[in-house]
Design a protein around this ligand. Structure first.
Ligand code: PMP
Length: 469
């Protein structure tokens, strides 16, 4: 890592905000609201920290957007990117051509993936990866002569991207409410959210129950019509929903029983987040397809794709002829060079083992301690994702906690205090979530939880002043 230094350059924040407000429509943003506030301008990153244009240093407990796994400021990635740009900045993989980093990265990804995978299809994002999945699983069943087998089952509150297929596969109500989604042929079942739906059951019982909703949906749809089930090993954007340990093995059993393809969306969980290369390994499943993006390059350059198991690839290769799908930037040499160096860092610094054996368990303890805070009803973690729920009144049983009203927006109030304390934590309703860079040390976890605790104290004071607690 570089030396952690304050940014030398100074920035005219107001001028940049003015350009931004005048011309830039941000993703997932209320444009008018942002225009009134002005965007915070980020200018530099190093390790687990970022700086804004006012010189404020912030601990980035969200790894950008769940992606900067090796941390900011890795000179060796910029060097690899520079070198590739100087050598061959672009060439496509259409028309029987390839490039050196794409072929090398394909082989490397196969090496680090579970044994059923010998092939990869490259995209530039997770959304494009999931669009690829939709077309690939339907093509697979068509080639086998099952032309009706086109339905994909997903889950409410899942996030699979923002393209038309990605948003349709996802289960976000607010996204479906715009532009007539989901597209036909996609069904949704309940999510394995114990807090929301597990009252009266043990976690283990609830895991089996939530998995049984898949079998119910398969039978309702007709097993001969179901192509695949898709899920994130741990739902990220939905609020770090960590399923009971019984859930995924039961989902695998049901997929096997009906011969349905299992798609693991590893966009967040892949590349070490849960202390294994892929979340599927931690959850004990054997997916037929795995979507990846984000952590493959630690976000330094856009890259995504789908790992394709032999079950699917053999059919596409042997029987398929042309697969009429792909992108200009599939196998982009610069992105692939960044990914190769990023994976080399993950391996060389043994960051995934560190998450499994050291920082993951340490974070779990730290979050268990945060659960003693008067505002925190419940806290949990897995590897380096974690979340805690803000409640109006605590109770012995998670399901008996008294919640705040949604209109009170307590999560957003808390997020504001996190920011002023110098830490980025995301609010999903009243659940506060983190996914810090995998290079975070035990000492930095202490620093992070210290900042979280102070911000929780300030939130509590604020809510007391409002008379809400
Ligand atoms: N799948 C999951 C699980 C994700 O978390 C995301 C992004 N947050 C996506 C897909 C979409 O990836 P992208 O934004 O790169 O299209």
């Amino acid at each position: 890592l570089n030396q952690v230094t304050e940014p030398a350059q100074t920035f005219d924040t107001k001028a940049i905000q003015a350009l931004d407000t005048a011309h830039y429509l941000h993703p997932f943003t209320d444009f008018k609201d942002l225009n009134q506030k002005g965007a915070r301008v980020m200018v530099k990153g190093d390790g687990i920290y970022i700086w804004d244009s006012e010189g404020k240093k912030i601990l980035d407990a969200m790894s950008g957007l769940w992606c900067v796994n090796v941390g900011y400021g890795r000179n060796s990635i910029s060097a690899a990117v520079y070198q590739q740009m100087e050598t061959l900045p672009f060439y496509n993989s259409f028309f029987n051509t390839t490039n050196v980093p794409a072929a090398q990265l394909a082989a490397k990804l196969v090496e680090i993936s579970p044994p059923q995978f010998s092939h990869v299809f490259f995209t530039s994002s997770g959304s494009e990866g999931n669009d690829t999945n939709l077309r690939m699983v339907r093509r697979y069943w068509d080639l086998l002569g099952y032309k009706d087998r086109h339905v994909i089952i997903s889950r409410h509150n899942a996030y699979h991207g923002s393209t038309v297929a990605g948003a349709s596969l996802g289960g976000m109500r607010a996204m479906h409410a715009q532009a007539g989604l989901p597209i036909p042929g996609i069904e949704h079942i309940g999510q394995p959210n114990y807090l929301e739906s597990g009252r009266g059951m043990t976690e283990a019982e609830f895991g089996i129950k939530a998995a049984s909703w898949l079998e119910d949906k398969i039978l309702e749809t007709g097993p001969e019509k179901v192509a695949a089930f898709i899920g994130e090993p741990i739902q990220g954007a939905g609020g770090v929903v960590i399923p009971p340990a019984t859930y995924w093995p039961e989902i695998q059993r049901i997929c096997d029983k009906y011969g349905i393809l299992l798609i693991a969306d590893e966009v967040i969980c892949g590349f070490g987040r849960l202390g294994t290369w892929f979340g599927s390994e931690r959850m004990g499943i054997r997916p037929d397809l795995m979507t990846f993006a984000k952590g493959v390059t630690s976000g330094y350059i856009p890259l995504g794709g789908v790992m394709v198991s032999d079950r699917v690839a053999d059919i596409l290769i042997e029987k398929g002829g042309d697969f009429n799908h792909g992108f200009t930037y599939s196998g982009h040499p610069v992105a692939c060079a960044a990914a190769l160096e990023n994976i080399r860092i993950l391996e060389q610094e043994k960051l995934i083992g560190q998450v499994a054996n050291q920082t993951g368990p340490y974070l779990q303890q730290a979050f268990a301690q945060l659960a003693s805070h008067p505002l925190v009803g419940f806290a949990n973690s897995c590897g380096l994702v974690a979340g805690l729920n803000l409640v109006r009144q605590k109770a012995e049983l998670q399901h008996d906690c008294v919640l705040f009203g949604t209109e009170q927006n307590v999560g957003m109030i808390c997020r504001g205090y996190m920011f002023s304390q110098g830490i980025i934590m995301r609010a999903v309703g009243d659940r506060m979530i983190i996914a810090p860079p995998l290079c975070i040390s035990v000492m930095q976890i202490d620093e992070m939880t210290g900042l979280i605790r102070s911000a929780l104290d300030q939130t509590l004071e604020d809510l007391q002043a409002r008379g809400w607690v």
